[in-house]
Design a protein around this ligand. Structure first.
Ligand code: MG
Length: 360
């Protein structure tokens, strides 16, 4: 068996750590390098498991990441850093690998058109790690009628809507289904996460907004569905464990990861997300057609979630920050990733102003 080499960008984060766990079990894959931001003690533990792997810190910037992948030319780069910088890293690593196992949302949400041009140019495949996209990736066929992405609804899904404004970061972090990082857990409660996933699915599978439906599925066992012309509905189900899609992103088109745990027989229950509970999700319909607006939405959310997790604004203020920032920013479509970065930076400044006003 030919050994495939892997580099993890963001090895000490939630997805990164689980990728390391998968690699320990998976035969035929070798971790040749990884990056970490500041968690040096965890980085050293990974290094103990994979002594040959080269490690690089991204604390001072991303130049080291680019040098690492250029030197190692790994078969797969697992891109597991959150935020807009993940998009910039993605652009830089594409020329030096064959596959991006993608866990960073901004790469396609904000920079989809730039990433897709570059992957075509360098003949690089993108295999999604996000559970919903992995599900669709595994079952989609040519010319689908529509796809369904499922959502858990987050930690506050059963709270009375009028009480949401009193929710604290601790309330939000009690996620009912998945264990994930802080930003994505808050984004799950507001369903910003699902809005970003709609945008990502449009890019990954060349779908229109109308072809993507989002349904709440509380049990977290069905991750995606594909409706086909002949009346068939393909459904992807598994336990909600990120190691399954992570492993598939590495082994695709094969399935060599041994897991053998399955959901117990369950009822299929789905509901439409309530507009008054998830207003941030429905903003997706105002922004999906512009990469610039998508970037403003995402950057404003980043600032708002940070402020919320520091207790400076309330939970329902996250919506106000994003809505106000979109209102205040006058953006045009961009022609370069540098221009997109400027929009990202500008949106953060505007969003911070809005946070200031709200927290007074
Ligand atoms: Mg997801």
């Amino acid at each position: 068996m030919v050994e495939r080499t892997v580099v993890i960008v963001g090895a000490t984060g939630s997805i990164g750590r689980q990728t390391v766990e998968v690699l320990k079990k998976l035969k035929g894959y070798r971790l040749v390098g990884f990056t970490y931001h500041s968690n040096i003690s965890l980085a050293n533990i990974i290094k103990k498991d994979f002594p040959e792997a080269e490690m690089v810190s991204t604390k001072e910037g991303y130049e080291g990441v680019f040098q690492l992948v250029e030197k190692l030319k790994p078969d797969t780069v697992v891109l597991a850093v959150p935020g807009f910088s993940g998009f910039e890293i993605c652009l830089g690593v594409i020329p030096h690998t064959k596959r991006i196992a993608l866990a960073n949302k901004e790469s396609l949400v904000c920079g989809g058109k730039f990433i897709k041009t570059l992957t075509k140019e360098h003949d690089v495949e993108i295999v999604p790690i996000d559970s919903e996209h992995s599900a669709i990736f595994q079952i989609i066929e040519d010319d689908p009628v529509k796809v369904v992405l499922t959502a858990s609804g987050g930690a506050l899904r059963d709270w009375p809507v009028e009480k949401l404004k009193h929710a604290t970061i601790d309330d939000v972090l009690k996620h009912p289904v998945w264990s994930m990082g802080v930003k994505v857990t808050v984004d799950s409660a507001t369903m910003v996460n699902k809005a970003l996933e709609v945008l990502e699915a449009m890019e990954l599978f060349s779908l229109s907004r109308e072809q993507i439906e989002v349904l709440l599925h509380r049990e977290g066992k069905v991750h995606g569905m594909v409706y086909l012309k002949d009346g068939t509905v393909k459904i992807h189900a598994s336990l909600p464990d990120m190691r399954i899609p992570i492993a598939y992103s590495l082994t695709y088109p094969e399935r060599t990861f041994e897991y053998r745990n399955y959901p117990e027989i369950f009822e299929l229950k789905f509901e439409k997300p309530d507009r008054s509970r998830y207003p941030l999700f429905y903003l997706v319909d105002d922004i999906y057609s512009s990469y610039s607006l998508r970037t403003v939405y995402n950057s404003a959310d980043e600032v708002a979630v940070q402020a919320f997790s520091e207790g400076r604004i309330g939970f329902t203020d996250i919506f106000k920050v994003v809505e106000k920032t979109l209102e205040k920013m006058n953006v045009e479509e961009v022609n370069s990733h540098e221009e997109l970065k400027m929009i990202h930076e500008r949106a953060k400044i505007v969003a911070k102003d809005v946070v200031e006003c709200l927290s007074k």
